[in-house]
Design a binder for this molecule. Structure first.
Ligand SMILES: Cc1cc2nc3c(=O)[nH]c(=O)nc-3n(C[C@H](O)[C@H](O)[C@H](O)COP(=O)(O)O)c2cc1C
Length: 134
């Protein structure tokens, strides 16, 4: 295993919650992202297997809406399979509308609000889990 793969696995182990963003490639997540998520098989025998019990915010960017919906569904299915908890709010960003500025800032207030909402849900779930110690 490469040092980068080990770094990724350790980051996931340490995380209380996770945000995953993927471009939509032909109706599903990109191969690069899926390959990274498949590395999580290495965590199968951990005390916390895969991403068990962690909130996972799912964000997708596509050049239209149709692929955004199918890609978000696909990403959430993968997160379920990894025992994660996809947040109720997932975000699809239509990149054909050029919603981000040169420094990555959201130019569209609706997109900014949705991303902030997703971040809030991820953080709230992590806090609830920590305080319930389940
Ligand atoms: C191999 C490949 C497949 C893609 N398939 C789709 C697709 O099926 N539907 C879609 O809306 N966009 C598709 N896209 C566009 C990406 O989703 C888009 O490039 C991504 O959202 C990033 O946006 P940007 O190129 O504006 O940075 C594809 C791009 C690539 C490279």
């Amino acid at each position: 295993m490469t040092p980068r793969a080990r770094y990724f696995l350790d980051a996931v182990r340490r995380a209380d919650s996770i945000v995953i963003a993927s471009p939509g490639y032909h109706g599903g997540t990109s191969g690069l992202l899926k390959n990274a998520l498949d590395y999580l098989q290495e965590l199968a025998a951990d005390p916390v297997p895969y991403v068990d019990g962690k909130a996972v915010g799912c964000i997708v960017t596509t050049l239209g809406w149709q692929a955004g919906v199918t890609t978000l569904t696909s990403l959430r299915s993968t997160v379920h399979a990894l025992r994660g908890w996809p947040t109720p709010l997932g975000v699809v960003v239509n990149s054909s509308a050029k919603p981000f500025g040169p420094d990555g800032e959201a130019l569209d207030p609706k997109v900014a609000g949705q991303l902030a909402g997703l971040g809030g849900q991820v953080a709230s779930f992590a806090r609830m889990r920590a305080s319930s110690s389940v």
